[in-house]
Design a protein around this ligand. Structure first.
Ligand code: ATP
Ligand code: MG
Length: 480
């Protein structure tokens, strides 16, 4: 299968040398990802496009990759032919290629042309259209509401017939815009913000401040891993965990209730700045959005922002929640966000909405900054691609490889996945995002084994259920 990759328009308007660099970066990124999935890297690059060729039986894998790689505007699935560049020869070739598909249907021909020819695009369209009309069983030409669009691209003597035109992610090739560190809490906002950062071509690392929940940590790792694998896996990035329990304790005991929220976010930025320096990156990314919650009024964001001199990017600053949720849906993080077991120990009962700079300075005086230093000493830096195996190795929830007598298995994968490859030993299927609600309705005098493909979702939701007091939960990972 052959694809023509059209680059993001903002790349196309750059000067020649920048464009060349970006095109080459995109080609490199694709080669790396294709290599990793065992597709021989057939990527050719030109100044204004790329061409990719893969074996026909791997087309769906290739398309999935092309449609989730930043920097691509459109993906055209094409059949290519070498033709004598005359109207007659081209028309004959097109008729042979699409004739069958036209039988009994109305059609239109759309053509684009590049190179030296003694006809223009309109003439080409008209000629081929007339030829198809007379030499196939088509029901006639319909310029406005055709049943079939015959799309052609002619470049010198290469004729491409476009069988499908798919919309890519847009954005810039990953790695072309430097590196940033995204503060992720696993909710809607920070996951969408991280995605937008990656799509813009920024190599995006993750930092998570653990306020006191193993389940939350596993959940954030899972969604970060998902984002990276889907949109950013041409580059290896880091996932950093900073234990914030001592900081939380300080907020609860040393800072006034109404300033806890603002102070927590300031402390996160201060810590993130230090992590960013350690990783050598230029910017921080957060999911903050003006007016969304009390700590995100314009004044409070101003108070928070002064915690660091570092560039802080807030891609969602002016976006509405429905727009953010729509993106989360599109990129597949919605279900993760909805079931993220957030720890809410430091929510103010009475949060300040228009904080004062002077008061904040006083509050900060009372906070023992040694707590932040100790938190930073405890930071862990892991390559994001190793998260899944690390979570499995830690086995926070006990893992069994065979079903013990009396135990029952819950398949917690999404219904599509279950349907595609059912697990014979499963007793019941409850998708992970319904587990929290439905688990309590199950008989509780048996041990329940959670099953998912990688064992990570099971760890997460197993931990979640254990935190809720259900000790009869384990993870089931059959030996392959
Ligand atoms: P989200 O949907 O991302 O959870 P939110 O709207 O709930 O965000 P807050 O919880 O106030 O907003 O957090 C604002 C931003 O601060 C988040 O988008 C994220 O970038 C960062 N943040 C919050 N909590 C954490 C955490 N535990 N670790 C890392 N970053 C965090
Ligand atoms: Mg949140």
């Amino acid at each position: 299968m052959r694809y023509i990759i059209k680059l993001f328009p903002e790349i196309m308007v750059k000067g020649a040398s920048v464009r060349k660099k970006m095109t080459r970066q995109l080609a490199d990124n694709l080669r790396r990802i294709f290599m990793e999935v065992g597709l021989p890297p057939q990527v050719k690059w030109f100044l204004d496009k790329l061409e990719v060729e893969v074996p026909d039986d791997r087309a769906s894998v290739a398309e999935e990759i092309l449609l989730s790689t930043p920097g691509i505007e459109q993906v055209l699935r094409v059949r290519q032919f070498r033709v004598e560049p005359t109207l007659e020869a081209i028309a004959r070739q097109v008729a042979e290629a699409v004739g069958e598909r036209l039988a009994g249907r109305t059609f239109v021909v759309r053509a684009r042309r590049k190179g030296q020819h003694d006809f223009n695009s309109q003439e080409l369209e008209r000629w081929v259209g007339g030829y198809l009309n007379h030499n196939t069983a088509a029901a006639g030409v319909d310029l406005h509401t055709p049943e079939v669009r015959v799309e052609l691209e002619l470049e010198n003597n290469t004729l491409s017939i476009v069988d499908a035109r798919m919309k890519g992610l847009g954005g810039f090739p990953l790695g072309s815009q430097g590196e940033a560190l995204s503060l992720v809490s696993g909710g809607f906002d920070s996951t969408v913000a991280s995605y937008l950062s990656m799509r813009r071509g920024i190599k995006t690392h993750f930092v998570f401040f653990n306020l006191g929940g193993t389940a939350h940590e596993i959940g954030v790792k899972q969604v970060s891993y998902y984002l990276w694998r889907r949109f950013g896996r041409s580059h290896r990035v880091k996932f950093v965990t900073v234990p914030f329990d001592e900081v939380v304790e300080g907020l609860l005991t040393e800072v006034s209730d109404s300033y806890m929220g603002v102070m927590l976010k300031r402390l996160m930025l201060m810590a993130a700045e230090r992590v960013a320096e350690r990783l050598g990156v230029d910017a921080l990314v957060t999911g903050e959005s003006v007016a969304q919650v009390s700590s995100q009024t314009l004044r409070n964001l101003a108070l928070i922002d002064r915690a660091t001199d570092m560039l802080v990017l807030r891609p969602l600053a002016m976006m509405d929640k429905p727009e953010i949720i729509r993106i989360a849906d599109e990129i597949g993080t919605r279900q993760f966000a909805e079931t993220m077991p957030e720890y809410c120990g430091v929510i103010s009962r009475n949060p300040v909405t228009h904080g004062s700079f002077r008061r904040l300075a006083e509050e900060e005086q009372r906070f023992d900054m040694g707590r932040l230093e100790r938190a930073l000493e405890g930071m862990r830096i892991e390559p994001v691609d190793e998260l899944v195996s690390a979570i499995n190795a830690a086995e926070a929830v006990p893992v069994v490889h065979e079903v013990p007598p009396g135990a029952k298995v819950i398949d917690i994968r999404r219904p599509e996945e279950v349907a595609a490859s059912p697990l014979p030993e499963a007793d019941v299927a409850i998708p992970f995002h319904e587990l929290g609600r439905r688990f309590a309705e199950l008989p509780q005098d048996v041990t329940w084994l959670l099953y998912c493909r990688q064992g990570v979702l099971s760890q997460l939701h197993g931990q979640h259920l254990r935190d809720a007091g259900f000790d009869n939960v384990m993870v089931y990972r059959p030996t392959p």
